[in-house]
Design a protein around this ligand. Structure first.
Ligand code: AMP
Ligand code: MG
Length: 324
């Protein structure tokens, strides 16, 4: 069976096509971007409505199949921006009407974890999910995917992008900051904010903005110090979750995990505790629809049925896990 997955929780509108053996036939996307400012939900939705037909056609072309070959539709049910999620739901409804096939709504965060398992061979990992809007430590315990730690305010990617915007280096800031950080020489002490299993970035952002505008520090040193501090915070809570759950696998997910320094630190932490570190390729770390299609197939095989609606505030532990 071939599943067509639809991703539309935030900036990315994606179509993924995956077969029931886990072969990724296509993973195509179109990303909403802005020159200035952040994401305005209705603008994002407009972007998705304008591009969805092209993205579907491109995905079918890449996969080398016809729409009629699709036997299952999966879509991101949440969490995410409601106007953007609604576009995905509408596209799912339109395709189901055309094809008369089953449809399933899946959780975006769990999709990051399951695609990671598929492509890396991880079996029972702790997921460090570090993306634009989300920062969570997720693991399977007590028959659910549970959140062991998370950000108390903004997602780490949004934090990084806000700091980049403040320095006037454009959006998305992550890759640009990574480059500048390579040239940093002096470590500047910054607030290190871990509260139990949670992390927080807003105070750190204010502190960085002040330091930047004081003119006393170079962009390179600030970027370098920011990365060292923030990635250490993320890995501290990840490691504690691994110890608490007695798990010896760490899986990375989310766009921020494309960062090579974060990957290096994650590998080192795992090596030191005799654990394994699994890192999917970049196209499967960022928001993508192959992961939605794969989780759709996985849940469908297990007999999961879902409502045809969106769940903008869905938490991972609200999802009944029948496939494990
Ligand atoms: P996502 O929401 O998972 O698609 O990820 C998008 C976020 O990842 C944005 O906030 C980017 O700035 C961030 N990002 C992408 N590449 C990198 C990188 N190399 N280092 C740090 N952050 C990154
Ligand atoms: Mg994501």
């Amino acid at each position: 069976m071939i599943c067509l997955g639809i991703e539309s929780t935030a900036h990315t509108f994606g179509i993924g096509i995956v077969d029931d053996k886990g072969k990724i036939l296509a993973n195509v996307k179109d990303v909403f971007t802005t020159e200035k400012g952040g994401m305005i939900p209705v603008e994002v939705a407009k972007h998705h409505r304008n591009c969805y037909k092209d993205v579907i056609q491109k995905a079918l072309d890449v996969a080398g199949i016809k729409l009629e070959d699709v036997g299952l539709i999966a879509f991101s049910q949440g969490p995410g921006l409601a106007p953007a999620l609604l576009v995905g739901l509408d596209v799912a409804k339109e395709l189901v009407k055309k094809l008369n096939v089953p449809v399933i709504g899946v959780n975006h965060c769990i999709a990051h974890l399951e695609i990671g398992n598929l492509v890396t061979g991880a079996k029972d990992p702790v997921l460090l999910y570090a993306s634009g809007a989300n920062t969570q430590i997720i693991a399977y315990e007590g028959s659910k995917y549970r959140i062991f730690g998370e950000t108390l305010d903004m997602g780490v990617g949004n934090f990084i992008d806000s700091f980049a915007r403040e320095m006037g280096i454009g959006f998305p800031g992550g890759p640009k900051i990574e480059k500048l950080a390579l040239k940093g020489k002096n470590f500047i002490e910054l607030p290190y904010v871990v509260k139990g299993m949670d992390v927080s970035f807003s105070g750190l952002l204010t502190n960085l903005k002040q330091k930047f505008h004081s003119g006393k520090f170079s962009k390179e040193d600030l970027c370098y110090s920011m990365q060292e501090t923030v990635f250490a915070m993320l890995l501290e809570v990840s490691e504690r979750a691994m110890a608490h759950c007695n798990k010896n696998e760490l899986l990375l997910g989310g766009g921020v995990c494309c960062n090579k320094r974060l990957q290096e630190m994650a590998k080192k932490m795992c090596q030191e505790r005799g654990s394994k570190c699994f890192i999917p390729e970049n196209s499967l770390l960022v928001d993508n629809a192959a992961m939605i299609a794969w989780l759709g197939i996985t849940e469908h095989k297990a007999g999961v049925k879902t409502e045809l609606d969106i769940k903008p505030y869905q938490r991972t532990d609200q999802v009944e896990v029948k496939w494990r």
